[in-house]
Design a protein around this ligand. Structure first.
Ligand code: NAP
Length: 317
């Protein structure tokens, strides 16, 4: 499988990354998740050539990182392990995580992530969300210390806007950005993608399948009890409009003998300026299907058909 350079760093990643949020999550967040299936899904991803695995301490209060540790044991060499800092685990269930990008906190978080992941160095260490209370200079002091100690290789930002990225780059190199970006939420194409292209910052969009909505597996009768029950994309007229959109995509996918999921991921990974979308998966069969998005092209005329469908269907105002 091809590799794509992450910004100007010496890190090269597969055109799709594996997201492991759901692997750490509770039933209320992502429905039923089985650790053995999660580990098998990571193994399958590695076998099929995916080398980028994204996690975070907040995914299941450390559980996702622990699942990743079990899965990568003995297979770590060619992998790019990306985790995050800056969302502190809540003291008790039901509380929101606090944002904290203070130097001492990041250094302590890094130690904990290294331990949970069972590795000596984190390949990509990302600020999960901006922390307006902490000067970004202080945050980058922590990254500089951790780099010198050999505990992190590259630094990324997640959920930062262009001005916030620009402010950060005054204090150190930003190797990647991790924002939301999908066919349903393409707003990043207006500002973040051009910004990252211009400044040679790797672009790792999350949520490319819109929590599974863009896989074509849902219909008018589907009901939701997890995170999707609270997502406006899964409600009322918007949900019905999304189903029609996916139906339109399905017609195009059939022309290639591909599934909607594969068409959507192909479009996302080949969007100019995108380095590698992070796709969430819970089981090996999902990973297998997702990897089928790689290695073929959507024709110019079908790109135009997709543009037309997108014209009536994006949720970004
Ligand atoms: N930085 C941030 O703030 C942030 C925020 C969100 C996500 N992320 C990262 O991005 C990753 C991906 O985002 P995401 O998980 O929210 O959304 P996503 O990739 O758009 O959707 C993932 C969900 O789609 C379904 N799915 C995946 N492959 C499938 C297939 N082949 N067939 C059918 N269903 C399939 C699975 O759901 P079911 O099996 O449950 O139906 C899966 O959990 C996360 O895991 C995380 O690493 C980062």
């Amino acid at each position: 499988m091809d590799r794509r350079q992450l910004g100007a760093s010496d890190i090269w990643v597969s055109p799709l990354g594996l997201g492991t949020w759901a692997m750490g999550a509770t039933v209320e967040t992502w429905g039923h998740v089985d650790d053995r299936e999660s580990i098998a899904a990571i193994h399958q991803a590695i076998v099929l050539g995916i080398n980028l695995i994204d996690t975070a301490p907040i995914y299941g209060q450390g559980h996702s990182e622990e699942v990743v540790r079990k899965a990568i044991h003995g297979r770590r060499d060619d992998l790019v392990i990306a985790t995050k800092c800056g969302l502190l685990l809540p003291a008790s269930q039901g509380e929101d995580p606090a944002r904290c990008l203070k130097k001492d906190s990041i250094i302590a978080e890094c130690e904990q992530s290294l331990r949970r992941l069972g590795i000596d160095v984190i390949d990509l260490y990302q600020c999960h969300w901006p922390d307006p209370q902490t000067p970004i200079r202080e945050t980058f002091e922590a990254f500089s210390i951790l780099r010198k100690q050999g505990k992190i290789r590259a630094v990324g930002l997640s959920n930062f806007g262009c001005q916030q990225i620009s402010a950060a780059t005054e204090f150190g190199v930003v190797d990647s950005l991790q924002p939301p970006f999908s066919m349903l939420h393409p707003r990043a194409s207006e500002d973040l993608i051009p910004y990252c292209k211009e400044h040679n910052i790797g672009f790792l969009p999350y949520g490319p399948l819109a929590k599974g909505l863009l896989t074509g597996k849902f219909n008018e009768e589907s009901t939701f009890e997890d995170i999707r029950a609270r997502d406006p994309e899964f409600l009322g007229n918007r949900y019905r409009r999304n189903l029609l959109f996916v139906e339109g995509l399905s017609e195009i996918a059939k022309g290639y003998g591909k599934t909607v999921t594969q068409l959507v991921l192909n479009w996302t990974m080949n969007f100019p300026g995108v380095t590698a979308p992070l796709v969430g998966a819970k089981r090996p069969s999902q990973v297998e299907e997702n990897v089928g998005a790689i290695g073929w092209d959507i024709s110019t005329s079908d790109m135009a058909r997709i543009e037309t469908l997108l014209g009536g269907s994006t949720s970004d105002a």
